[in-house]
Each structure stands twice: as structure tokens, then as C-alpha cells.
Design a protein around this ligand. Structure first.
Ligand SMILES: [Zn+2]
Length: 337
């Protein structure tokens, strides 16, 4: 197969999991327009560069503001899972940080209930499988993280599959949350913090040491330290990479400068995620096509990324085993095409 010949639509029949996706920025563009029209709030920009964290954060908060009720939240989540099969996504883990609503939608328990309900409604209508990642903002207190751990544990097995962690790493190290994540991990929940995007390789090392994660969202700046790369490979920690997001937030100057090929070369599992698809103006098929195009990764390497995403998903089902024949068929078809 000639390199770089696969288009986004060619990745539709490749079974994959989307493990790095945020609820508010996964709103469907038509839904965002409708909610903006109804509320009189501004429509957040699509596909813009965000040279600084504050501009991205402001656009993200515009997305969150559009969700004005639990019904809106239920709808946004339902639509994410409804549209997953149209991208060949067989499992989705959707991040939400309940405390960032500041009580605007009522108690956090109600938020989780509405989001889980959205997943169930989509499933009933043929939508994709998956679960919620309940997150903590790094600027939260350790007591708030403990509350999220309680919440996640009370919903474990009923729609919540993991605990996440988001926000600026430099000012808020992982260590302050270690006890909460240990509790989640010991009870069988996934631990999937963000690290190594705004923070450097030493932040990734600290996250590995303090939180003992199952996966890391981003993690790409681990490439700055050989020892951290070696540790990620040794522990087989999957990095849930967001290529377009890294470009639009200027984590790397161009796609060709992205460390994804080096991470793969070092034997670190990687998955691809659209992260904030509304704001970045992409979906997961676009991310697969970008990785293929930018690095000339052959079909077999792209299939390995999909296999990693299934292997490291927080599902009770062995997703890789279930979909391995379809992955083989996809490789064969891609190589003949
Ligand atoms: Zn993210």
C-alpha cells in the first residue's frame, strides 16, 4: 500500500475506542447552534488556533455555558454515543468534571445520573458502548478530589469507569490527589489523568509515581526525557494522544514535529482521541487520517493504534479479542486498496 493513501472515511471500518474526549467540547455543532440560539449565548468558535491556554479555556467555557440544564447535558452525552458507530468507535470514555459546573445544574449526583442516562438512551437506540470518566480540576482541593472519588465509586459498575484529572500541571502537582486516586484504583476504577501536555516530562514522571495511572491523556512531553519514555514502555502505560489539539494549542509547532512516531518506536502503547472535537473541528476519523498522512504510518501501524485503544479501554469485555478479526479484515482491505 502506498503511504499516506488512506482517507478519513477509510478508517470507518477499523474498530477502535475513543478514550480521550471531553463532554462539553464534544457537543454536536447543530446542537451548539440550537442551544446558543435558545439561550442568547455566543456560539463558541470552531477550529481556531489557541496560542495560549486562557484563550482555549475561554472557548471551552463557552461550550460549557451552552449546557443550561440536566436535559441539555443528557442530550449532549446521548448524541456523543449515538454518533460513535458512524466513526467505527466501539467504545467511548467520556470525561466530565462535575464540580466545574459550580452547582449551576444542581448537586453533582444529578449531573452523573443525567450523563449516565444519556449513555443508556443512546445504547437503547443502537448507539455505542462506553462509560464516563469523572474528573477533578487540578486547581481543586484534595477534599474535592475525595468527593469525586466517592461519587465515582458510588457509580462504578453503573456507567462510571474511571477517574480523570485535568488542568495546569505546573502549579498543581499530582501528589496532592494521590490518596483519592489510590482509593479509586484499589476499588477497580481506572485512573486516567491528563499529564505531559502543559507540564513537562518531570510532571509525567510525578504523575506516574504519585497516581499509578492505567493510562495518561496526552503524555507527549515525556519525549523530553529518555528515562520517562523507558518507564512508560516498561509499565505499558497507554498515552491517549490528541494530535490536532496539540497543534492548535501549540504544544508542537507542526504535525511533523509531533512525537507520536517516537512514542510508538519506543514501544509505548498509544491511542488517538479527538479530545475537544467541536473546538478543534475534527472527529476521530480525521485524527487517524492525520496520523497516517503526517507520519506515513502504514495500515498495520494504524491498526496497532486501534488495537492499543481497545486493549487499554476500561471495559469489562475483552474488546480486542471481540474485534480482532475485524481489525485483520481491515488491514487486508487497506493493503489491497
Ligand atoms: Zn483532554
Amino acid at each position: 500500500m502506498p503511504d499516506q493513501s488512506l482517507r478519513a472515511t477509510d478508517f470507518l471500518t477499523l474498530p477502535k475506542a475513543e478514550l480521550h474526549l471531553h463532554t462539553e467540547a464534544a457537543i454536536r455543532p447543530g446542537t451548539a447552534a440550537e442551544l446558543a440560539d435558545r439561550s442568547g449565548l455566543p456560539l463558541p468558535p470552531i477550529g481556531q488556533q489557541h496560542p495560549t491556554w486562557p484563550t482555549f479555556s475561554a472557548a471551552y467555557e463557552q461550550c460549557r455555558a451552552l449546557i443550561g440544564s440536566l436535559d441539555d447535558l443528557r442530550r449532549v452525552v446521548r448524541e456523543v454515543f449515538e454518533h460513535a458507530p458512524a466513526q467505527g468507535i466501539v467504545w467511548t470514555e467520556l470525561h466530565v468534571v462535575p464540580h466545574l459546573y459550580g452547582g449551576r445544574l444542581g448537586p453533582v449526583e444529578g449531573l452523573v445520573e443525567a450523563a449516565v442516562d444519556g449513555i443508556d438512551l443512546a445504547r437503547r437506540d443502537g448507539g455505542g458502548a462506553g462509560g464516563l470518566v469523572l474528573g477533578v480540576g487540578r486547581n481543586a482541593s484534595s477534599a474535592a478530589a475525595d468527593e469525586v472519588a466517592d461519587l465515582a465509586l458510588s457509580w462504578a459498575g453503573r456507567g462510571v469507569v474511571a477517574m480523570g484529572l485535568t488542568g495546569k500541571e505546573d502549579d498543581f502537582p499530582s501528589s496532592r490527589f494521590a490518596a483519592s486516586y489510590r482509593r479509586a484504583r484499589d476499588s477497580g476504577l481506572g485512573v486516567v489523568p491528563h499529564s505531559g501536555e502543559s507540564g513537562n516530562a518531570s510532571c509525567v514522571a510525578e504523575t506516574l509515581r504519585e497516581l499509578q495511572p492505567h493510562r495518561i491523556s496526552h503524555g507527549v512531553r515525556a519525549v523530553e526525557d529518555d528515562a520517562v519514555l523507558a518507564e512508560l514502555a516498561r509499565q505499558q502505560i497507554c498515552l491517549d494522544v490528541a494530535l490536532t489539539g496539540n497543534l492548535q494549542l501549540c504544544v508542537v509547532p507542526s504535525a511533523r514535529d509531533h512525537p507520536l512516531p517516537e512514542l510508538i518506536r519506543r514501544g509505548i502503547p498509544v491511542s488517538l482521541g479527538s479530545d475537544a472535537p467541536y473546538l478543534y473541528g475534527v472527529d476521530l476519523l480525521d485524527e487517524y487520517a492525520l496520523a497516517h498522512r503526517a507520519f506515513g504510518l502504514p495500515a498495520s501501524a494504524m491498526a496497532s493504534i486501534a488495537a492499543d485503544s481497545l486493549r487499554h479501554a476500561r471495559s469489562n469485555v475483552d474488546l480486542l479479542h471481540r474485534h480482532s478479526a475485524a481489525i485483520e479484515r481491515w488491514i487486508n482491505a487497506a493493503c489491497l486498496g
